[in-house]
Design a protein around this ligand. Structure first.
Ligand SMILES: CC(C)(COP(=O)(O)OP(=O)(O)OC[C@H]1O[C@@H](n2cnc3c(N)ncnc32)[C@H](O)[C@@H]1OP(=O)(O)O)[C@@H](O)C(=O)NCCC(=O)NCCS
Length: 176
């Protein structure tokens, strides 16, 4: 499946993405915000892509025909719930691509997929991620203390959620 916005395309990951995503995933500046260590070898990126291919609801974000990052929803169909996860390579931050990718994905998730809740967790020391969620209408529900053990440290996260009736008014005016 592919989903398109004015400047982005969400499409399934493929092995040919390896080198472009390796360049982005080897960036040490991304490390404080993501679960992985900077990739040292394209084979790590290849394995990451292989894993992504097994996950329904995950897409490569393509901008200008280049892979720019990854967005997805961990889907829990029984509860009509999706947990969103996004990363963009640093050169693509602050350009509106995250908003566009989320609009395209959430329109589909609240539309044909009929989800009743999209949730997201944001590290307490990641204000960019928190702001990016809040400006799309996500409500902060609470603090998840020591929610993830990452690189030998406990990480605290805020839990955010967005409901379809809120999306009707909070959705940015992006048309495609
Ligand atoms: C999180 C991410 C997807 C957001 O994409 P983005 O293009 O950077 O997001 P946006 O520019 O649309 O929004 C970020 C907002 O945070 C604001 N911001 C940036 N740094 C900030 C800071 N230190 N404190 C507060 N706000 C900050 C920006 O000004 C912007 O708000 P504005 O549009 O009202 O000015 C991207 O930064 C990323 O991939 N980061 C690394 C991985 C990551 O953190 N993923 C989330 C895991 S929980």
């Amino acid at each position: 499946m592919e989903l398109c916005g004015p400047r982005i395309r969400l499409r399934p990951p493929r092995p040919e993405d390896t080198l472009a995503l390796f360049t982005l995933m080897s960036d040490p500046e991304l490390a404080p915000f993501v679960y992985w260590e900077p990739h040292q070898d394209p084979h790590q990126t290849y394995q990451y892509l292989e894993h992504l291919q097994t996950k329904e609801g995950f897409f490569v974000i393509e901008a200008g025909e280049q892979p720019a990052g990854v967005i997805g929803l961990h889907l829990d169909w029984a509860n009509k719930l999706g947990e969103t996860e996004t990363w963009l390579g640093q050169p693509y931050w602050g350009k509106g691509l995250n908003t566009e990718a989320k609009v395209v994905l959430f329109d589909y998730a609240f539309g044909p997929w009929d989800l009743r809740r999209i949730q997201a967790i944001a590290h307490v020391h990641n204000p960019r991620s928190q702001r990016a969620l809040e400006k799309l209408g996500f409500q902060r529900e609470g603090l998840l203390r020591r929610w993830r053990w990452i690189r030998g440290e406990p990480w605290d996260f805020y839990m955010y959620s967005l409901l379809p009736e809120e999306w009707l008014s909070s959705r940015p005016p992006i048309f495609y």
